[in-house]
Design a protein around this ligand. Structure first.
Ligand SMILES: Cc1cc2nc3c(=O)[nH]c(=O)nc-3n(C[C@H](O)[C@H](O)[C@H](O)COP(=O)(O)OP(=O)(O)OC[C@H]3O[C@@H](n4cnc5c(N)ncnc54)[C@H](O)[C@@H]3O)c2cc1C
Ligand code: FES
Length: 370
């Protein structure tokens, strides 16, 4: 997989523990990405120890001139601390190409109303991809109605506050923002903010009020985007399910891997043959060409397909290794892959044959394409 070399153009303090890092490609080419996607940074610490961490774009292509990621400090976090304390303008960063499926799927649910009602539910650094997506919806989808429900600790930790206030001013007719502050510093005089922590009954009550303005026949077309700490996302997911929304209406972006399930039991544990085709787009001057590379290797249970490839020195992409980020996604052209967990691929994705190789076990010989 090709790696990108990025140059830090600017670092903006976003909140006391969060900064936005503006990046450009070193080779001068444009960094192509979609709103809601992320970069996976590759950092080498000590002697040859590689660390991989993903950071979502908070910028929006076609709207923000320079691509940007927004990094929040994790206490004792190895990479976030390094980025916030030591990174300087002009430094270089290595990254995998932009990836991720927390993007707006055009006409994903079919029908002319698809994607008209967009609900974003975010907390903490989960605001980064959500900010990218909602700017895109407001600027490029004039028929869309956008609601953001966000959770922050206090006034100081609301990310992108000034830009968000501008969006409310400019798109107030079709953008509503409700934010919750768990530990507000002052009296809440800003009508956007509410005190407290978003929980299931609060969310259900709020959604009930918001849904009053949506004709009932359009409600099945509403799309939900969730991003935040695991407990927050579980709460939002269960609430939306209880309210009758289908999983196909809900997209999630997980920043942390809580646990990786053990390998699933397979009826046939004999070694299987894996064939991999990597189609790499090359932009040689004016012409876009595709170069294909092929690999073949064996995988034996209980190894995942990704781990078997990495053991052979085959450089497949990955980040979380826990079925949450989709960096390792491939298309299964033939054969059967069993995943021990899948938190990112939708039913549509599965129908198209997408599999997560980091939690994917070959049930038969398989052919995969990247
Ligand atoms: C698809 C994807 C997109 C992401 N986008 C962003 C983003 O836009 N902005 C951003 O700041 N982070 C984002 N993350 C999280 C980021 O990749 C790192 O996990 C995070 O910065 C912590 O890395 P670290 O090396 O500092 O901490 P580590 O040294 O890896 O972890 C230290 C401790 O903190 C825990 N931990 C790890 N990550 C988190 C977290 N996010 N919150 C709370 N505890 C954690 C670990 O379990 C560990 O116990 C994203 C993650 C994924 C998978
Ligand atoms: S590496 Fe994150 S889902 Fe596979």
């Amino acid at each position: 997989m090709d790696k990108l070399v990025l140059i830090v153009k600017e670092i903006r303090q976003e909140a006391k523990d969060t900064a936005t890092i503006l990046l450009e490609r070193k080779d001068g080419r444009r960094l192509e990405y979609q709103a809601g996607q992320f970069l996976t940074l590759l950092l080498v610490k000590d002697v040859g120890r590689e660390l991989r961490r993903s950071y979502s774009f908070s910028s929006t292509p076609g709207i923000d001139r320079t691509p940007a990621i927004t990094v929040k400090r994790v206490i004792n976090g190895e990479v976030s601390r390094y980025l916030l304390d030591h990174l300087r303008v002009g430094d270089q960063l290595m990254s995998l190409p932009p990836a991720g499926r927390f993007v707006e799927g055009p006409g994903e649910m079919g029908g002319p109303e698809a994607g008209k009602w967009l609900f974003f539910i975010a907390a903490g650094s989960g605001m980064a991809p959500v900010f990218s997506l909602l700017k895109e919806a407001l600027a490029k989808k004039p028929a869309s109605r956008v609601v953001l429900i966000s959770q922050h600790r206090d006034e100081e930790s609301i990310l992108f506050k000034r830009a968000m206030d501008d969006l409310v001013r400019n798109f107030g007719q079709r953008f509503k923002w409700v934010s919750f502050l768990s530990r507000p510093e002052g009296r809440l005089i800003d009508p956007v903010n509410q005190m407290g922590r978003l929980n299931n009954w609060r969310l259900e009550e709020l959604m009930g009020e918001l849904l009053l303005s949506i004709p009932e026949k359009e409600q099945p077309n509403a799309l939900f985007y969730l991003c935040g700490p695991p407990a927050f996302m579980r709460m939002a997911l269960f609430t939306l399910r209880v309210m009758g929304f289908a999983d196909t209406q809900i997209r999630q972006e997980h920043f942390t891997v809580e646990y990786v399930p053990p390998p699933p039991l397979l009826t046939d544990n004999t070694p299987k043959k894996v064939t991999i085709h990597i189609n790499r787009k090359q932009n040689d001057r004016e012409e876009e060409q595709t170069a294909t590379r092929h690999f073949q290797f064996e995988v034996a249970w209980p190894s995942t397909i990704l781990q078997a490839a990495l053991n052979q020195g085959i450089p497949l992409p990955y980040s979380c290794k826990g079925g949450r980020c989709s960096s390792c996604v491939a298309i299964c052209l033939s054969g059967k892959v069993k995943m021990s967990i899948n938190e990112v691929l939708t039913e549509n994705d599965l129908r198209e044959g997408l599999v997560l190789t980091c939690v994917g076990y070959a049930e038969t010989d398989v052919v995969l394409e990247y």
